[in-house]
Design a protein around this ligand. Structure first.
Ligand SMILES: C[S@@+](CC[C@H](N)C(=O)[O-])C[C@H]1O[C@@H](n2cnc3c(N)ncnc32)[C@H](O)[C@@H]1O
Length: 248
């Protein structure tokens, strides 16, 4: 089953398999995504996430595209690097967790430039009178709790990530148009539209598609929040597919 929902000018959600839909979409600045990986994890619908071989086959079509991809450190090296090649940059999102090996995740960056001056954060030693109130360029790692059941932003998606983690990545890579082929609850879309980016999201489970549509619509509609108008889609004589290198 496939369905397309236009939420605003330049903001569209696609229900279906990203391997079929992604090649039909116009070229964008960046793919920003958190593909499914989770040791036999059961999502809604028929998708059982086995990691390994199935995961590698899912991300294979992303090779060669400008991409920021989230993964646990061991899996990043073991599963992602063999498929996408060595990343151009790596950033770490660190959070409290008692699970060994599961207390930080990496954002691997391919084909994009990270500008650490695009995000400021407080100096690491704020007690020093010299650096008090001093904000410095972003570090290559930062702390941000995971989304928990009690988190305000929590939805019914089992592996939702915080909007702020994706917001930071989009700022650091300076993207103005983003695709998330594994949209889940729409976190990338929420971060993207709040930053005024064009956004296309793909999700194959209707339940998560509906959650994403609601969240992104809320983010677009919230009058108490500054939401820049999405940048209108670039006009080309014909759509330039992501896999069409002629237009590059
Ligand atoms: C790790 S989750 C993404 C979670 C998301 N970052 C969030 O914060 O909600 C991965 C999502 O990819 C979806 N998915 C799995 N295979 C897919 C495919 N072939 N095409 C599109 N979506 C797919 C799953 O249903 C799941 O919702």
């Amino acid at each position: 089953m496939t369905r397309t929902e236009h939420l605003a000018d330049g903001v569209t959600l696609h229900l279906g398999d990203c391997r079929e839909i992604l090649p039909t979409l116009p070229r964008v600045d960046a793919i920003v995504t958190d593909p499914p990986y989770g040791i036999g994890f059961k999502y809604s619908g028929d998708y059982v996430d086995h990691g390994g071989e199935r995961y590698r086959a899912l991300i294979e079509p992303l090779r060669g595209l400008p991409i920021a991809l989230l993964q646990y450190p061991v899996e990043m090296i073991r599963e992602v690097v063999p498929v996408l090649g060595p990343p151009d940059d790596v950033l770490a999102w660190v959070y409290p967790s008692n699970t060994p090996g599961r207390n930080f995740r990496l954002w691997g960056i391919w084909g994009l430039k990270v500008d650490l001056s695009a995000v400021k954060q407080p100096a690491r030693n704020p007690d020093s009178s010299k650096v008090k109130n001093l904000f410095v360029n972003s570090y290559t790692w930062w702390e941000q709790p995971q989304v928990k059941n009690v988190s305000e932003e929590k939805t019914d998606h089992p592996c939702q990530i915080p909007v702020s983690s994706v917001d930071r990545i989009i700022r650091l890579i300076g993207a103005r148009s983003v695709i998330d082929p594994f949209t889940g609850s729409g976190t990338t879309g929420v971060a993207a539209v709040k930053l005024g980016c064009r956004f296309d999201g793909i999700e194959r489970e209707p339940k998560y598609f509906d959650i994403a549509a609601r969240r992104i619509s809320d983010a677009l509609a919230r009058p108490d929040m500054f939401i820049a108008k999405p940048v209108p889609p670039a006009r080309t004589e014909r759509p330039v597919g992501l896999f069409d290198t002629k237009g590059r």
